[in-house]
Design a protein around this ligand. Structure first.
Ligand SMILES: Cc1ncc(COP(=O)(O)O)c(C=O)c1O
Length: 440
């Protein structure tokens, strides 16, 4: 899922290496410090659209922060949840930074602390739970289908109410926009509304799908994101920036103030040093890449890329849907398509969701074989993932992320044709056809 990096970004990257600025403090990155704040303000404005006076007051105000530039989506998610945890416990009267998690929970009378989110949240959230000492079992996984259904709001409301009544601190609710595996978007608007009702921090992990906000045509897919208390957005995913570029935006300029850590040689109290608000210490001048991208590509350029990638995605989905050898997983919310090869004998059962275990295992094996064989041939590439069905059984799906602007309809056709060639040439498939289902 790595996009091509535009040539001007490669040049900026060279300059960053040459200058080797360190964004931890003003003395090692004067202009960089100001520019990073400016970039965070620009992205904040794109996502939250606060009034001009808000940006006039906060963009360069060293006693607040509109976000962090981090080296990845994992760190952005860690930043958001750890700052939410700090705020919740400090607001409840605990001296969390000094006393730590266990003592703070005891002091505030909470039985335990949890984070909620749909079961398909990125696995980086598991790392976050472990790193914060909460444990992965303290992640309350919600059923994404249930949440997207008509009763989603009542179900979520009841779950939070129930936990809070039991004395549990619900730190945050995480919505994904969209999932890495299938590009699926959680019902953000509803989640934001329920989270606000219960004073739960609402974080949106838009590491992959956040770029859709730039498109006037498709921004509505992310409706509700502007109500998030924090947002993860990766530059190295759909913004075509190099690896190691991500943002964590804070709706409230005061969020970071709560976690400020100072020292006497840098990140001093009252200084403009960014290091007092970030988890990472030394950081590169990645803000310049975001800045360059906003100046050269701009919202309009990103919108054009999102629109054309999504148009290609719909075209590819249609090709798959109309090809009797393949099955489409679901209509793609974003530019990720999941599908699988299905032999004719199993097609009806696969489409009706009536595969037995042996048939499912066989289909899984065949699709893994197909993916690996295609990778081995080096002509084209799709990845694969596993998705659970409604009974929790896992199905293998081929996975295609459409974000290369040079991909044509002809390329897409050729990928499917190559896959059919591979499967038709497969000895195993021939054996399987004749043994299990008779000649087709
Ligand atoms: C939705 C989502 N969140 C978080 C991450 C983690 O980002 P990174 O790999 O940059 O740490 C990813 C990466 O694929 C992602 O897709």
């Amino acid at each position: 899922m790595t996009g091509p990096v535009p040539p001007f970004i490669q040049e900026l990257q060279q300059w960053i290496t040459l200058q080797n600025q360190n964004l931890v403090k003003w003395e090692t990155s004067g202009a960089g410090t100001l520019l990073e704040r400016q970039v965070l303000g620009s992205f904040h404005r794109l996502f939250y659209q606060a009034p001009a006076a808000f940006y006039g007051q906060y963009i360069q105000d060293p006693s607040s922060s509109l976000g962090n530039i981090t080296s990845g989506g994992t760190l952005s998610n860690l930043t958001a949840i750890s700052y939410a945890l700090s705020r919740k416990l400090q607001d409840a009267g605990a001296t969390f930074h000094e006393a730590g998690l266990m003592k703070s929970l005891q002091d505030t009378g909470y039985t335990r602390a949890v984070v909620m989110g749909t079961a398909h949240c990125h696995y980086s959230l598991q790392k976050v739970m472990r790193l914060l000492g909460l444990g992965t079992r303290a992640f309350v996984a919600l059923d994404a289908d249930e949440l997207s259904g008509a009763a989603g709001s009542q179900i979520l409301d009841a779950k939070i109410r129930h936990l809070q009544a039991e004395g549990v601190l619900v730190i945050a609710l995480v919505g994904v926009a969209g999932t890495t595996e299938a590009g699926r978007i959680d019902p953000l608007e509803m989640m934001a509304e329920v989270a606000a009702r219960h004073q739960v921090h609402f974080h949106v992990d838009a590491a992959f799908g956040g770029a859709f906000l730039f498109s006037d045509q498709y921004a509505s897919k992310l409706k509700g994101i502007s109500d998030a208390d924090s947002i993860t957005l990766c530059g190295h995913k759909q913004l075509y920036l190099p690896m190691g570029t991500s943002l964590c935006l804070f709706k409230s300029p005061g969020l970071a103030k709560q976690i400020e850590i100072n020292s006497y040689y840098q990140a001093r109290k009252g200084s403009v040093d960014l290091g007092k608000y970030t988890i990472e210490g030394s950081r590169p001048f990645s803000a310049l890449l975001f800045h360059g991208a906003l100046q050269v590509i701009g919202k309009e350029g990103y919108a054009a890329m999102v629109d054309s990638n999504y148009a290609r995605t719909l075209l590819f989905s249609e090709k798959i849907r109309s090809n009797s050898h393949f099955q489409l997983y679901r209509h793609p919310d974003l530019n990720i398509v999941l599908y699988r090869y299905v032999p004719a004998a199993l097609r009806e059962k696969a489409l009706a969701g009536r595969l037995n275990d042996a048939e499912r295992t066989l289909l899984n094996e065949r699709n893994i074989y197909l993916q690996q064989e295609q990778f081995r041939r080096r002509e084209s590439f799709v990845s694969y993932t596993e998705m659970p069905d409604e009974t929790g059984k896992r199905h293998v799906w081929l996975r295609s992320v459409l974000m290369n602007p040079d991909t044509t309809a002809q390329h897409l056709e050729e990928i499917l044709q190559e896959q059919l060639t591979i499967m038709h040439a497969s000895e195993d498939i021939k054996t399987y056809k004749s043994k299990e289902y008779g000649n087709q």
